[in-house]
Design a protein around this ligand. Structure first.
Ligand code: PEP
Ligand code: CO
Length: 453
């Protein structure tokens, strides 16, 4: 590096580090600061997980969605865990997202941008710092990047060596995703194969007939001599909530092409509903990296909040830079979202708007499970499309918590999971996820919405 580029990098990092003087909510209390520093140093010495050029490419794709020319599908676990980063579970989540993307692409005749909540979604904001069971109170579980889920003092103590472990689990997850999506598995001629291994049900039977249509179309193009190289691979990006700044900061690097900073822990990072304060550390941090950024907006968000976030995070109003992920709740979206969309549009800004129909619809079952009703999720989705039709803006995507497994965490869907059934296979360590079948059902319904003028 020349001294000129060294200076530029030092200046960029000095600007980034302004976040250190601000309040960072939802951070763990690490018992041993020296151990955090050691973990940070170790992370800083690791290779980046993603390249700046990939983040730029995703930004360009998202810009197309903001213009109404593509649709974003973002999904995965609420909280990934180290133990569940197995080949089978990763494959089934990728397959589920690929299947949903096919349903949406075919239904809407529009490119679908695929972004996993994967390879880094290991840190969770919590409503309380501690958890009490009986007469024992321990620190809350904050995600595998911080502490363990087991309810013992040892497991719940924040352990910075988990930051390094999280990096390695993310690297192996991302490696498998790259192998699947670039090594032939995501070839559109495999549409049938993605459906295999799942228990037969109405949603995947419907998928099967769609796959047969796609097959026919592909054979037709084959017969015409069309070159299929475009179908062989698919772009697949990864994203997570940039919550734990002790993880994000050491993975932030200078792009040698431009001297700008990228958080190389994932392609897209978002800031959650609880940490999106304008003068807080998270927003400051993300304002200095070039990755595409998401911000969750709950039902209390005002037009003014949205505009200030735009000024801070996307002052150039660059298409694809900023995605608002609204999570209003089925009962509120129709009241709150139209005003927000209109206010932002009237100010001349064009962020990408997507819906998270999960986080505004949490309930606790009478049997004590954190759950969501599939019908509420669908209702919020419809409310999202209605709001955009009313205002004349583009409903640019969905953000969902899902798994490829046959879990029983959300109520309803065509298999009609009831309160009693929740106990059968409830595996999430955080929020309830749509199972494979519910995810496909949701995709079919979104495709119907997208077909409407
Ligand atoms: C999440 O996406 O898991 C989450 C915590 O969301 P929110 O910040 O919208 O509550
Ligand atoms: Co969640």
């Amino acid at each position: 590096m020349t001294s000129h580029t060294t200076d530029t990098a030092a200046r960029a990092f000095a600007e980034l580090d302004a976040y250190r003087a601000l309040e960072a909510k939802q951070q763990p209390s690490w018992p041993d600061p020296a151990a955090v520093q050691a973990a940070s140093d170790e992370l800083a010495a690791q290779p980046p997980l993603v390249f700046a050029g990939e983040a730029d490419q995703l930004r360009a794709r998202l810009a197309a969605a903001a213009r109404g020319e593509a649709f974003l599908l973002q999904g995965g676990d609420c909280a990934e865990t180290f133990a569940a980063a197995t080949a089978d579970k990763i494959r089934d989540r990728v397959k589920t997202l690929l299947q949903m993307a096919v349903v949406l692409t075919y239904g809407a005749s529009m490119p679908v941008i695929k972004v996993g909540r994967m390879a880094g979604q290991f840190a969770k904001p919590r409503s309380s710092d501690s958890e009490t069971r009986g007469d024992v109170t321990l620190p809350a579980f904050r995600g595998d990047l911080v502490n363990g889920y087991d309810f013992t003092p040892e497991s719940r103590t924040a352990d910075p060596s988990r930051l390094v472990q999280g990096y390695h689990v993310s690297a192996s997850t991302l490696n498998l995703i790259r192998a699947f999506t670039q090594g032939g598995f995501a070839d559109l001629r495999q549409v049938h194969a993605w459906n295999q291994g799942f228990v037969s049900n109405p949603a995947n039977q419907r998928y099967e007939s769609l796959a047969a249509e796609i097959d026919r179309a592909v054979r037709f193009m084959d017969a015409c001599g069309v070159d299929h190289s475009e179908l062989k691979q698919t772009e697949f990006y990864v994203s997570h909530e940039a919550l734990l700044l002790d993880y994000e900061r050491p993975l932030t690097r200078v792009d040698s092409r431009t001297g700008e900073l990228y958080d190389t822990s994932g392609h897209m990072l978002w800031v959650g509903e609880r940490t999106r304060d304008l003068d807080g550390a998270h927003v400051e941090f993300l304002s200095h990296v070039r990755n595409p950024i998401g911000v969750k907006l709950g039902p209390t968000a005002t037009v003014d909040d949205a505009l200030r976030l735009i000024d801070k995070l996307d002052p150039e109003r660059e298409p694809g830079r900023l995605t608002f992920i609204t999570r209003m709740g089925a009962g509120k979206i129709r009241d709150v979202l139209p005003g927000l969309l209109a206010g932002v549009r009237d100010a001349g800004a064009t962020p990408l708007w997507i819906t998270d129909p999960m986080h505004g619809n949490g309930i606790t079952s009478s049997t004590g499970y954190k759950t969501r009703r599939f019908d509420d999720v669908m209702d919020e989705l419809r409310g999202f499309f209605e709001a955009h039709r009313e205002v004349g803006t583009f409903p640019g995507g969905i953000h969902v918590e899902l798994t490829g497994d046959d879990v029983t965490e959300c109520l309803g869907g065509s298999e009609n999971i009831d309160e009693e059934a929740l106990a059968t296979r409830y595996e999430s360590v955080c929020d309830p996820r749509l199972n494979h079948r519910q995810s496909l059902e949701l995709a079919f319904q979104v495709a119907e919405e997208l077909k409407q003028p």
